[in-house]
Write a protein that binds this ligand. Sequence first.
Ligand code: ADP
Length: 397
Amino acid sequence: MIILVVNAGSSSLKYQLIDMKDESVIAKGNCDRIGIGGHLSHKTASGVQFEEDCPFPTHAEAFERLVKVLTTGEGAVISSMNEISAVGHRVVQGAEVFTKTMLVTDEVIEKIDELRELAPVHNHGHALALWACRKILPDVPQVAVFDTAFHQTIPQKAFMYGFPYEDYAQYHVRKYGFHGTSHRFVTAKLAEVMGKDLKDLKVVSCHLGNGSSITAVQNGCSVDTTMGFTPLDGVLMGTRCGAVDPSAVTYVAGKHGFNVAEMDSYMNKQSGLLGISGKSSDFRDITAASESGDARATLAKDMLVYDIKKDIGAYAAVMNGLDAVIFTGGIGENAPNCREEVCTGMEYLGIQIDRQANDFKGQLRKISTPDSKVEVWVIPTNEELLIARDTLAMIQK
Ligand code: ADP
């Protein structure tokens, strides 16, 4: 059984074709510059790889090209789209409307599009890709998997903000949380490698990438997470400031004379590791600069480490205990220095890291000492695979 996984943004459409027999990726690529030109990059498991410019006025042309590239020419991996059993779509914002994976109907797409007010950069792109896919492959079932769905188990006392209640009721202003598919994937994998039932575990999952979020998972359910109404809240990120005093926002906007859009860009694109270091948003550059004595790069790194440490402690308090910590995402999987600094000085909580075991990149591995009360694991995430698994489960129902 072959599943196509689509991750569409406002101007891009990333895809993976997955053979569910062995969960292997047959082909993957990206149609980007939709609406402003058009560019396709495509790669197959057999080693064919190419890029080409092609006009993508809308998501529909990108999707048509994708169908062609998968079925004809040197990049072809299937003889016809009939070989695809279903299409699984990543959707960023499901709000309180979508609390689980959904089979896509016209009504579901309309609702996803309506939610774009809560995720302006993402949801409209998802809806455009969903319509295009429905038009071009009308007989193939489509499934939507929501980043926010995993966090719908967060209790109200944790997801509310201290604004007047009416703005929650009328404008749906609350914490939603993101990266749910990643947190769900790595916590399920953790239970598997620990040989335990996830329902018996208290876990803090740290997804650290350009965007980062920390999630408390108890009984297999998200009980709190650091990202909020948007993916701006929480720990310091590549270019995002993370949590700040809201009054600092109005104060800075006044000082610079920023309007709402300019302030939004300042917080989302000019802050974080980039804003603090003045050098780069990339953790590799920050580490290299810090090692060569750059004080502001060191400060940026230290701020990130401090935020993560503080959230692990907070979530241990929320869950009244801690059995395991997971590191995932580009930084979590590949930056031993970040993991070591986070876990150092956490003996009180029962965390003891094995420095030698921690000295590696990009694999699934336990990095705590054998006598550490809390197990610490690096678990590479795979959101596309979880979307494919959800999609398969949905069509087999
Ligand atoms: P996104 O949130 O965009 O999906 P990723 O999960 O790919 O991002 O994470 C990107 C981050 O991972 C960047 O800060 C990058 O520097 C960091 N990263 C990737 N590889 C390494 C590495 N080998 N060592 C340290 N950091 C790394």
